[in-house]
Design a protein around this ligand. Structure first.
Ligand code: PLP
Length: 398
């Protein structure tokens, strides 16, 4: 093309896929090996064990060569039967897509509708479960971090609701954009299937889909009435026991995962989570200083991973994003579904530091000016003030 080269690094500030750290890229860039041979067996056994860490589980984690959507389907078809009722909460576009999938598979989802401006509300979930006297609801499905709206759901509180009501439903959590960015404890919080993908907090390209499963989910899988083949846990677990896969695995992504897990371990998960919280707060302070509105309207549900920003009526968020890309080589997230054109999203997750965030916020502030969007100056300064103050606190360095 005639476009001149863009110097420096592209600012990939979408909420996943996220930039890949150099050591992970180098790990992926290795010769392909025989996936039925001893070198692969060694790699795969190590990775299948190590991958339990971000899920905080001692149970098996299944790795599909798939995107996160495959993880959704695998969770449903392995544990449930056609016609089963499931309870879902409309946190945003991804919860809506999961709901659509459940319907196309022949499940009967009960969808708690919402305006995309809060996370999954435990009180509303409680109300529905309480009314379900005959325990017809077989699973409760929650999106931990709704990437479209920038809301995070209180997983532990929802577990408590199930416990309090002694409701036997399985508990499924979509952690596609929260795993390794927001604390999640598969075992301790009684999650039955945690679904994740490789391209967000795990700092890898897309191409791995995960199901962490509980003993209860494993039991349910023995009675599940869905036809399944590619997604079958049974075949996977039988093969994984020897370090192999029932079909060709994404070998080079597993090389990458091996190193990405080391990087997370080296930083320490608590520090990783604190870093995400800090960057979420810095971003929201910038948005407030600009006089713009954060889509998430209740601080209880603020996301440490992504902030969706509402533009004033009459301003097209996608035109704004195009200006940012053209002038500053920064990709901001587009508004999805019902908020298309109305919001843009700032991803602040994965391999990110204070200066990356400040660079991204500078790109946004300058683009607001270029796009003629009414705003106040000082968003970047507000973020600087907050991050500088935080840097004085030695605890975040641990
Ligand atoms: N769930 C959430 C919360 C997501 O953010 C995404 C993708 O962004 C998905 C599910 C779907 O995953 P994938 O696009 O990898 O199939």
């Amino acid at each position: 093309s005639n476009k001149p080269r863009s110097p420096g690094r592209h600012f990939l500030q979408i909420p996943g896929p996220t930039p890949i750290p150099d050591p992970v890229l180098r790990a992926i860039d290795q010769p392909v090996i025989d996936h039925r041979g001893p070198a692969f067996q060694k790699l795969s056994k190590r990775v299948l064990e190590k991958v339990k860490a971000p899920f905080k589980t001692k149970n098996p984690v299944i790795i599909f060569p798939s995107s996160g959507t495959g993880g959704w389907e695998a969770a449903l078809v392995n544990t449930l039967s056609p016609g089963d009722k499931v309870l879902m909460f409309e946190t945003g576009q991804f919860a809506s897509l999961w709901n659509t999938m459940a319907k196309s598979l022949g499940l009967k989802p009960e969808f708690i509708e919402s305006d995309w401006r809060i996370g999954a509300d435990p009180a509303q979930i409680k109300e529905r479960l309480k009314a379900d006297k005959n325990h017809e609801i077989k699973a409760v499905c929650v999106v931990h971090n709704e990437t479209a709206s920038g809301t995070t759901s209180p997983l532990q509180e929802i577990r408590q609701v199930l416990d309090e009501l002694k409701h036997p439903a399985l508990y499924f959590v979509d952690a596609v954009s929260s795993l390794a960015s927001i604390d999640l404890r598969h075992d301790e919080w009684g999650i039955d299937v945690t679904i994740a993908g490789s391209q967000k907090g795990l700092m890898l390209p897309a191409g791995l889909g995960f199901n962490a499963i509980s003993q209860k989910a494993l039991e349910a899988s023995k009675k599940s009435g869905f036809a399944k083949s590619y997604w079958s846990w049974a075949d996977m677990l039988a093969n994984n026991a020897n370090g192999f896969f029932p079909y060709t695995p994404a070998t080079n992504l597993l090389y990458g995962l091996d190193v990405a897990l080391d990087l997370l371990e080296q930083e320490g998960y608590d520090r990783v989570f604190a870093r995400h919280r800090r960057h979420g707060e810095a971003t929201r302070r910038a948005v407030v200083a600009w006089g713009l509105e954060v889509l998430c309207k209740d601080p209880k549900y603020y996301s440490p991973v992504v902030t969706s920003v509402l533009l004033p009526p009459g301003h097209d968020a996608d035109a704004f994003r195009a200006i940012a890309l053209e002038n500053f080589d920064i990709s901001l997230g587009t508004g999805l579904g019902r908020v298309a054109g109305k919001v843009f999203r700032i991803g602040h997750l994965a391999d990110t530091n204070d200066l990356t965030i400040l660079g991204a916020l500078s790109g946004v502030e300058m683009s607001l000016e270029l796009a003629g969007i009414p705003h106040k100056k000082g968003g970047v300064q507000a973020a600087i003030n907050y991050l500088a103050e935080q840097a004085k606190n030695p605890s975040h360095k641990l």
